[in-house]
Design a protein around this ligand. Structure first.
Ligand SMILES: [Zn+2]
Ligand SMILES: [Zn+2]
Length: 253
């Protein structure tokens, strides 16, 4: 896609609701936790499941507890191949195979065959891609571990969803900022700082602030130390999230 122009010309969303349906971080104790991350994105033309967590049974149970019908999912976007983001996919496909799965071209052939084996459409993302109007993938980033990040253009700014942010949460936000016009309203997901030094974490936070990130929702593999540092710097604009959390655009003042 010729991102600069086409992105600027596209409309923005007035409504967006995201629900974390699989996370190792707790939030609503009626839902079960397990290592991994998955969140639904509703409001765009397509209802999207971003990642699937590690456990398909738990994913479906949690979706049911949150009143989400798997049959309502149009597209699944897989951030990267790690099992804590893709392990729940087969569980979903067994219930609802008629989705399209956006994965990276670098995923193993066997993985793609398994998905196609359910009669499910596979879209291999090789570069920045539009999932549907207002919703984009950054395309694969990172050298060792390839990962794509989801970007939603809303009337209030850009909403960025990361899986593990293996390429670096700061690098991801820099890339989003370089490609998309508008302010970054929220960055949510795993920031992969569980084993990072304080100075590395501070550097990520400084980059977020410099690039004008308004809200953060660090979860999954962000790590407790980094979560606390984000809270210290972003205060009430660091959202308390985990499995069972719902974030609507209207919540972000
Ligand atoms: Zn990972
Ligand atoms: Zn992960």
């Amino acid at each position: 896609m010729e991102h600069d122009q086409s992105v600027a010309e596209t409309p923005v969303l007035a409504n967006l609701t995201m629900k974390i349906v699989h996370d190792n971080c707790p939030f609503d104790d009626r839902l079960r936790t397990a290592w991994g991350f998955a969140a639904t994105v509703a409001g765009p033309e397509k209802t999207i499941l971003f990642d699937t967590g590690s456990d398909g049974t738990l994913l479906r149970e949690n979706m049911a507890s949150m009143g989400i019908d798997p049959g309502g999912i149009d597209s699944v976007v897989l951030s990267h191949v790690h099992a804590d983001h893709t392990g729940g996919l087969v569980g979903l496909l067994k219930a609802h195979p008629s989705v399209e799965v956006f994965l990276l071209g670098s995923f193993p052939a066997r993985f793609k065959e398994t998905v196609r084996g359910y009669g499910t459409g596979v879209v291999e993302v090789e570069s920045p891609t539009m999932i549907c109007p207002c919703v984009y993938s950054t395309g694969p980033m990172g050298r060792r571990i390839h990962e794509q990040t989801l970007v939603v253009r809303t009337a209030r700014g850009l909403v960025v969803l990361t899986g593990c942010a293996h390429p670096g949460a700061d690098k991801v936000v820099e890339q989003v900022r370089a490609v998309h016009e508008g302010d970054i309203l929220l960055v949510m997901g795993g920031f992969h700082l569980g084993w990072a030094t304080d100075s590395r974490i501070e550097r990520v936070i400084r980059t977020f602030k410099r690039l004008g990130v308004r809200y953060v929702a660090p979860t999954h593999c962000t790590g407790e130390k980094a979560q606390n540092l984000f809270l210290k710097h972003f205060k009430d604009r660091c959202l308390d999230v985990g499995v069972g959390k719902t974030i609507a655009l209207a919540d972000l003042k």
